[in-house]
Design a protein around this ligand. Structure first.
Ligand code: F6P
Length: 362
């Protein structure tokens, strides 16, 4: 590699998002990049010329290891949607003017399906206008909802946090309530994908039966049926634990959290903030059944809990970061690195690469 590399982080953080950043840095340096720049706050900060030279922060092997285990997005992220090329050509001209000035050869973006839209648009523009840069995406999201990859870095650590914390909540209830009913409702992220909520079932083991009920966003939620099931469970046991996805919807498609007021905040990609389902359902149980309730929203804890990060997840996040630089350096553009499962037992994964147009949200 003769030129420089720039890397950005975008969308919601994960416990291992910085491990991918470390992987990008390491491979870029190993392949001879003179400079590895980091965009501050993704493409949005880059438009304001906010970037750093990562060598100012990463001085040795220990720094790489620490970065791999550091929660939150080291560079800062954004939820910023680039306009279509025909809508605002000036933005693209500005981005490529900066990229050319910094002698960027490879542009790497760590993100989910919304963030891959940035890779798609920039690589399309580069082809049409004959720009030399290569654009490759690195998968990242706790939601595990990216197409064509076996799973996404970030999911494993969040799933581990959810399984562990759910077990602790269930065990807490068992020790506490003798002849007193308690219904605990846990709300789990994942937007419209149920993978994370499903991970609450991993709490089941010798010492724990797992949640009594699990509600996924893919299946319409019925309030009356939910109350009926909770009532029946309370006839058999005094503590009931329910795991619900933040994205559960009523039959007509309305989010349960909207029925409760929720939040009316909408991001640049048109996603409404999902929050309040557990609180709402705890209120319904209190009102209709009359027992004690508790609503627990894991919220950002599930994606920032680096004390519980999965080692496999940290290593895979590092691996996909490195694979993206290698791909871009070898001429790939408009692509995203994926994780391919090679074998289940022993568990083994390798990286592959796919056309980002098949993955990105519009
Ligand atoms: O996409 C990752 C995610 O954590 C979702 O599970 C969640 O709905 C969303 O981000 C929350 O985004 P923000 O932190 O921007 O409100």
């Amino acid at each position: 590699m003769k030129g420089n590399v720039i890397v950005g982080q975008s969308g919601g953080p994960t416990a291992v998002i910085n491990s991918s950043l470390a992987g990008v840095y390491r491979t870029a340096k190993d392949r001879g990049a003179k400079k590895v720049y980091g965009m501050m706050f993704g493409i949005q900060g880059f438009l304001d010329e906010q970037y750093v030279d990562l060598s100012d922060y990463i001085k040795n092997e220990l720094d790489i290891e620490i970065l791999k285990r550091t929660p939150s997005a080291f560079l800062g992220t954004c939820r910023y949607k680039l306009p279509a090329i025909h809508e605002n050509k000036e933005i693209y001209e500005k981005i490529f003017e900066i990229l050319n000035r910094l002698e960027i050869e490879c542009f790497i973006y760590i993100g989910g399906n919304d963030s891959m839209d940035t890779i798609k648009k920039l690589s399309d523009y580069a082809i049409v206008t004959g720009q030399p840069q290569k654009f490759v995406g690195v998968p990242k999201t706790i939601d595990n909802d990216l197409a064509l990859t076996d799973h996404t870095p970030g999911y494993g650590s969040a799933a581990k946090y959810i399984a562990t914390s759910t077990k602790e909540i269930i065990r807490d209830g068992l020790g506490f309530s003798y002849k007193k009913s308690l219904v605990t409702i846990i709300e789990i992220m994942g937007r419209n994908a149920g993978w994370l909520t499903g991970a609450s079932a991993l709490s089941k083991g010798e010492d724990c039966d797992g949640p009594d009920l699990i509600y996924l966003p893919e299946i319409p939620f019925e309030v009356d049926d939910f109350v009926e099931r909770v009532s029946r469970l309370l006839q058999e046991k005094s503590t009931v634990v329910v795991a619900v996805s933040e994205g559960i919807k009523l039959k007509g498609g309305r989010y349960v959290c909207e029925a409760s007021g929720g939040s009316d905040y909408v991001d640049a990609f048109g996603h409404v903030q999902l929050t309040g389902s557990a609180n709402y359902l705890a209120g319904v149980v209190r009102e209709r059944i009359g027992c004690k309730t508790r609503a627990i929203e894991f919220s950002t804890l599930q994606r920032s809990a680096s004390h519980l990060a999965s080692r496999v997840d940290i290593n895979e996040a590092f691996m996909v970061g490195g694979a993206a630089v290698k791909a871009a350096d070898e001429g790939d553009s408009g692509k995203m690195v994926v994780i391919d499962r090679v074998s289940d037992d022993p568990y083994q994964c390798a990286t592959g690469i796919y056309d980002v147009h098949k993955i990105a949200n519009d």
